[in-house]
Design a binder for this molecule. Structure first.
Ligand code: SAH
Ligand code: SF4
Ligand code: F3S
Length: 477
């Protein structure tokens, strides 16, 4: 299903950037600059998109605020992955009627995956009349032009046309952190797992050119970023559409060769495509963080086939074995859906037994949510919500026991920890991450934020580790 990727010409992005000035002049504002409030739901892909939308807003001269009541422009980047995610967004958008009543000039914009879902734009048009601009992921690159139409023509604008998608280089980003950066390497998904909305709202798989990705990583490394995550819905498909003979493992190797003191992470890797070459490359690349997120979704072959995942339990377990043989201390995490239509108790128990067998470091567990238009939403679903909830809780309890055991095994070890934030806990005012990405609560003398230091792990819980800087003299550790 490889499509020829459409690239938005650079001149077109320059044109959008030139429109930013005019949009900035027309945005309502008080004595200072226009204030923009940007809120992001969903996955890292959306976070990365919001960094680019903020880039455009900065070009418009906006300052950023955390207070929607103070904002001249509100931009909400939405997610459609589960019904709950959409309902939360719609609830919050509904409440903006009051903010807008107090600030009548306020411009309200909605974008992202939920807006691209069939039917949603119509619902906003009819029922959320205070919303001025609606656009989907495919229209992100032309946000300045769309906003300008709202401001100049004083009318509501909707741009959610379906599209296989495109690639736009050269949109500036305002990053949320000076330490950790998201770098999209590809967009879209061709896998069509039967429960998933993503292929319908994010278009076909398309890859950025390696030289564009490397230039971005080089700039990030020079700017002092310490943790770089390569993003895609299925990074193992990277490069297929480019036909340059560069796959994801090759890209990882090239990113690893960029000079600088940073760790590389990536997500997400689809088990059907993750293989020996990637595992070996990871083992060889010293900057590759020892963490692998390998979403299994279910431990039952019938359910995996009904999900259209393209692998069996046995094949998945073989990959885990190979990965652990090559990188013994790899931190392994996964996603699981409980309550897929028709999943019996017996089938759920196969998922539970897989989790007990693999012993993940952490797990993201979700209750199946029917997404309109996906094949799974049309399947008969005779299992009661109560039984699904019971199974869900059983899985969470099992994983909590495993996580607690895994974390306890760190106590007494020394880990290279990136100090990445502050917390409100007076005893452990700093937070950090191990190379494998586990959260560490740190004592106050571990600072400053941004340093990479050896930490002695002194305690653990289900969710995290606790530690203090290790003495520089190894004899004292
Ligand atoms: N591309 C990634 C994941 C994208 S969505 C991958 O294939 O792994 C993140 C997770 O949300 C999925 O792994 C899945 O566990 C969950 N998810 C997706 N659609 C869902 C649905 N309809 N109901 C419940 N969980 C869902
Ligand atoms: Fe959704 Fe499957 Fe694509 Fe992941 S691989 S985004 S779960 S369709
Ligand atoms: Fe949600 Fe879109 Fe990501 S649906 S999970 S924001 S790709």
């Amino acid at each position: 299903m490889n499509t020829v990727t459409t690239t938005i010409p650079r001149e077109e992005i320059h044109r959008q950037l030139a429109l930013c000035r005019r949009a900035g002049e027309l945005l309502p504002h008080g004595p200072g600059r226009p204030a923009a409030f940007v809120d992001t739901y969903g996955c890292q892909q959306n976070e990365a998109d919001s960094e680019r939308l903020r880039g455009y807003l900065r070009e418009m001269g906006c300052a950023f605020t955390d207070d929607e009541g103070e904002a001249d422009l509100i931009l909400i980047n939405t997610c459609a992955i589960r019904q709950h995610a959409e309902q939360r967004v719609l609830g919050n958008v509904g409440a903006l009627v009051h903010t807008k009543r107090r600030r009548p000039g306020q411009v309200i914009c909605l974008c992202g995956c939920a807006m691209q879902r069939p039917g949603m734009a119509e619902q906003i048009r009819r029922s959320y009349r205070h919303v001025d601009l609606v656009f989907g992921p495919h229209a992100l690159w032309r946000f300045p032009q769309l906003l300008l139409r709202v401001l100049e023509e004083k009318k509501r604008v909707f741009d959610t046309e379906d599209s296989p998608g495109s690639i736009a280089e050269g949109i500036p980003a305002v990053r949320q952190s000076g330490l950790k950066a998201w770098v999209s390497v590809m967009y879209g998904c061709n896998n069509f797992c039967s429960y998933c909305i993503v292929p319908y709202v994010r278009g076909r798989e398309r890859s950025r050119r390696p030289e564009d990705i490397l230039a971005e990583v080089e700039a990030l490394a020079r700017a002092g970023f310490r943790d770089i995550t390569l993003l895609g819905q299925n990074v193992n498909s990277y490069g297929k559409d480019l036909r340059l003979g560069v796959d994801f493992a090759d890209l990882l190797e090239r990113v690893n060769a960029v000079p600088g003191d940073f760790r590389i992470r990536f997500m997400t890797s689809h088990p059907k495509d993750a293989g020996e070459k990637l595992f070996e490359t990871m083992a060889r690349c010293e900057k590759a963080a020892p963490h692998f997120h390998l979403p299994v979704q279910s431990g039952c072959d019938r359910v995996l086939a009904a999900m259209n995942r393209g692998y069996t339990r046995g094949q998945y377990l073989d990959k885990v074995r190979r990965l652990r043989a090559l990188i013994p201390h790899i931190v392994l995490t996964s996603d699981i859906i409980v309550g897929f239509p028709g999943e019996t108790r017996e089938e759920f128990l196969q998922t539970l037994s897989l989790v007990e067998e693999v012993e993940y470091d952490a797990l993201f567990t979700f209750l199946f949510s029917p997404r309109p238009g996906t094949p799974a939403a049309a399947l008969p679903d005779p299992v009661s919500p109560e039984e699904k909830q019971r199974n869900f809780q059983e899985l969470v309890d099992a994983q909590n026991r495993i996580s607690a055991k895994k974390h306890a095994a760190y106590v007494g070890t020394v880990q290279q920890v990136l100090v990445d934030g502050v917390s409100g806990d007076p005893e452990h005012p700093l937070t950090g991450r191990t190379p494998g990405g586990r959260l560490v609560h740190l004592t106050g003398d571990a600072g400053p934020v941004g340093s990479l230091i050896p930490v002695k792990i002194t305690g653990s819980s289900t969710w995290a580790l606790f530690g203090a800087p290790a003495d520089a003299d190894p004899d004292n550790n």
